[in-house]
Every structure is written in C-alpha cells, then in structure tokens.
Design a protein around this ligand. Structure first.
Ligand code: FUL
Length: 460
C-alpha cells in the first residue's frame, strides 16, 4: 500500500470503485434500532450458574436430580457491582443450561429451583439486582435439553416456547436472548422451530437482540477471545442460518474452554469480493464470548486459571476495539458469589479501560467526509505521547471504511506511519507507543462511498 498521502479514498481508493451498484447495495445495509443500541454498550457479562455449579461440571449428565442442587443462597448485588467495576453494562444469566435445570419456578417442569431447598426464584433475584444497579439483563435458555422427556419430539418446541414466554414476561425488559448450538454427539436428532422462537421474542420483547443461533448478533466463531483482522458487520444473509452455527459449536463436554480457534476458511466474511457474490446481505455484528476462567462454570480447581487484567484488557481491545461486542463470562461459586480472584480481575480490567481514555489530547467529531478530506490533520497543543487512537464510524450509515493509515507528526514536521488498519465500524481502538508528537494525520485509503466518521479521539 502506498503511503503517499495523495493516494487516498477520494482519488484512488486502492483501485476499487468508490460508488457503483454494488457499493450502494452494501451501504444500504445498516443496524436495527436494537443492534445500534447494543453497539453503544458493547461490553457485558455472561453468568454461568446452575446445577453445574453445585456438581462441579461443565455440562452435567442429564441425570441430576433436584437434590443435587445444594446451593443455599446467592448474592447477585455483589455480581452486579463487580460487573460494573469492569465497566460492563449488563448480565446474561444461564436460566437453563444443557442439563435442563431451571433457575426459575417454571410451571412446565419439576426440574427447577422451586423443588430444591433453595426455594426462591434465581432469575428474579438476578434481574432485580440488575435493575437496582441500572444494568441490562439478558437470558440464556439452552435449546438442547438433556433432561426434558419431550426433547426430540415436536412437543419440545411447545415446551421451549412456554418457558421462553415465562422468561420474557415475568422479568422486565430483556436486553438479549442468547441461544447456542451446542449439542452432545449422542443427543436425539431434533429440528428446533427457530422461526417460531424468534417470532415469540419479537412479540414479547421487541427490543431484545437475539444472539448466536439468532438473527441479530453473530458468533465470532470461537471461545478464546479471538477476532478476525477485519470484522465486518455487513455480511451475507446465509450466515444467520442457526443450523450452520450449530454445526460449528461444541459437541462434547470436554471441549469446554477449548473452542479457541478461528479457522482460516472463515477469515473473510464481508469483503467486497464476498458480498458481491451474494444477493442477500444483512447487518450481523460479531459478539466475542469468552470466559474469565478456563471453564464456563465455576470449579474450585480453576480458581488459578482466572485471567489477569492485562489479558482481559487485550481481549477487550481485540473485541470492543475491533468492531465486536464482548460477552465476558464470570461464574459465581457454589456459595453464590463471585470469587475474590474474579472480582479483582474485573476491577483491574475496569481500571485499564478507564486509564485508556482518561487523558484525551484531542477528540473530534468529523461526520461525512468530502472530497477535500482525503486525509485529515490534527494538531496537538503541545508535544504529546500518543497511546491510543479511538475511531468510530457512524454505523447508522453502514460500515464503509475498508483501509486507513495513521501518521504522527514529529517536531521536525515530518510524518511517520504508526498504524495501518482495515475496518473501523462501530469502534476501532489502536494502541500505540508514539513519543513526541505534535500532531497526527488520518488517511482513509479505501471506502465504500464517502466515509462517515462520527468521532476520532487521541489519548496519551
Ligand atoms: C456453549 C456451551 O456448550 C457451553 O457450556 C457454554 O454455555 C458456552 C457459552 O456455549 O455452546
């Protein structure tokens, strides 16, 4: 790629057309209201809690009984304050995991918290704590159910919808409904009636985003916190196929925490070459789900696997800072609290996120760029160290930028390239170690029509 400033999106565009029929088709794809709302709150936490917390397993066997749930109490306000200390904006609770045990007193099964010594309604306690703490509450309801006798028959779709209805009507506003495609290798063959589930959710919680095996949020494709170099939000519509997502999901309990690889064949989901071959496109931004520990559920043996704030912050930069949302799992212990190691790690992460933008040098809103904005200069009021550049596109007008460079201006007036990137999207965070800068220059090299940069911030 040329680093001459004159060759930029306004005149060269890396040899790609700036505007043609294909481009107008790509930039017509934009987020729904709920998807846009999510992009403004891109970091939230998963809470895996349930029968497996009591039995020390990842999946369970489907043969557990209510007496195995020996947990006596939970302290969800502690969860909420720990989550908030990390800067996260919500919690998604595993209301029912694959073992089929329900954390609320469902009318449709006797395999629930109601028939244990616990007696309370854990979904209510957690959703109430979220409201008290002014954070969002979302639900995970495992489609695969090892315990429910109707699983594998059409009646299971009714069972599932009845449970969804309970969760979507009794616990206030639901921000996200999370469905995964995991299913044990020996599980009964069964066709989920996804369309029926989606319709029900749209009817009962029209503002909720439906994730993974759902039409609003795409699974990044691994559970190790990894993202592609270019995470596009405009992608072919066939990626929403829930059964295809399911095929790539976990199929044995042992895989927990090992779904860490992105396969290279999935690398390019949204370049022009890919999009132009597809008649149907959609806005389908990626979510990165990753656990703070080795497994998804708490186990004493894994207390030593809690990720450091540094590692978590790296995941944050690679996800939230790379046009994805981050769903960070933190599993409570069998005492119903977050372990102090997790609490400390969350606080440490929050501190790092705050430090990142605590010292702004310059923050500017740019809007739609014109032919005069092939490159844009920024002048600092004095010599600065530059540690982060944070860029955002106004994604209400789609995702347009395909390549950009950042230069710093040295005291001798010379420019030096310090970063090259492809996509920007909702948010792109660039970490730098640049000293003695008197300014900076953003050169957009390639775009689908005029770039629309809502904000660029420089931080020391
Ligand atoms: C997977 C499940 O099998 C894991 O247990 C965990 O819930 C993870 C988030 O999704 O599909």
């Amino acid at each position: 790629m040329s680093s001459s400033f004159e060759k930029n999106w306004t005149n060269y565009n890396n040899g790609y057309s700036l505007f043609d029929n294909d481009v107008s088709r790509f930039i017509a794809v934009a987020p729904s209201k709920s998807q846009y709302r999510l992009s403004r709150k891109p970091f939230y936490c998963f809470v895996h809690f349930g029968m497996n917390t009591a039995t020390g397993r990842e999946w369970g066997a489907g043969t557990e009984t209510v007496s195995d749930f020996t947990i006596k109490r939970i302290k969800p306000d502690q969860w909420v304050s720990a989550v908030k200390s990390a800067g996260a904006s919500g919690i998604i609770l595993t209301c029912k995991h694959h073992d089929g045990f329900c954390l609320w007193p469902t009318e449709y099964s006797s395999f629930s918290v109601k028939y244990t010594d616990y007696k309370g309604d854990i979904v209510k306690e957690v959703s109430d704590a979220c409201r008290r703490g002014s954070i969002d509450f979302g639900i995970y309801l495992s489609p695969w159910d090892m315990h429910e006798p109707t699983y594998g028959t059409p009646d299971y779709n009714d069972y599932f919808c009845n449970q969804l209805t309970e969760l979507l009507t009794n616990y206030g506003e639901i921000s996200e409904v999370w469905f995964d495609g995991a299913k044990g290798a020996g599980a009964r063959e069964f066709e989920y009636d996804w369309e029926r589930y989606y319709q029900l959710i749209r009817e009962l919680q029209p503002d909720a985003n439906i994730a993974i095996c759902g039409p609003d949020i795409r699974w990044v494709g691994n559970e190790g916190g990894k993202t592609r170099k270019s995470e596009f939000s405009v992608v072919p519509a066939y990626l929403k196929n829930a059964e295809a997502v399911s095929e790539k999901s976990q199929h044995t309990e042992k895989n927990a925490g090992k779904m860490q690889r992105l396969t290279s064949k999935d690398e390019d989901l949204g370049s022009r070459a890919v999009l132009s071959k597809n008649a149907y496109l959609c806005w389908y931004p990626a979510e990165v789900d990753v656990s703070i520990r080795k497994g998804w559920f708490w186990s004493k043996d894994e207390n030593r696997t809690v990720k450091s704030p540094r590692k978590l912050f790296k995941i944050y930069l690679d996800s939230v800072g790379n046009n994805c949302t981050l769903l960070l799992n933190v599993p409570p212990t069998s005492k119903g609290v977050f372990h102090q190691k997790d609490v400390r790690a969350l606080k440490g992460l929050g501190r790092k996120i705050n430090e990142m933008n605590a010292y702004p040098i310059l923050v500017e809103k740019l809007g739609k760029l014109t032919k005069n904005d092939g490159y844009i200069d920024f002048t600092f009021d004095r010599l600065k160290k530059l540690r982060y550049v944070i860029l955002s596109e106004d994604i209400r007008l789609s995702q347009r930028v395909e390549a950009f460079d950042i230069f710093i201006k040295k005291p001798n007036e010379k420019y030096k390239k310090v970063a090259s990137g492809t996509i920007i999207g909702s948010q792109r965070i660039i970490k730098l170690r640049a000293k003695k800068c008197i300014g900076a220059r953003l050169v957009i090299r390639q775009s689908r029509s005029n770039p629309v940069i809502s904000e660029i911030g420089f931080y020391e």
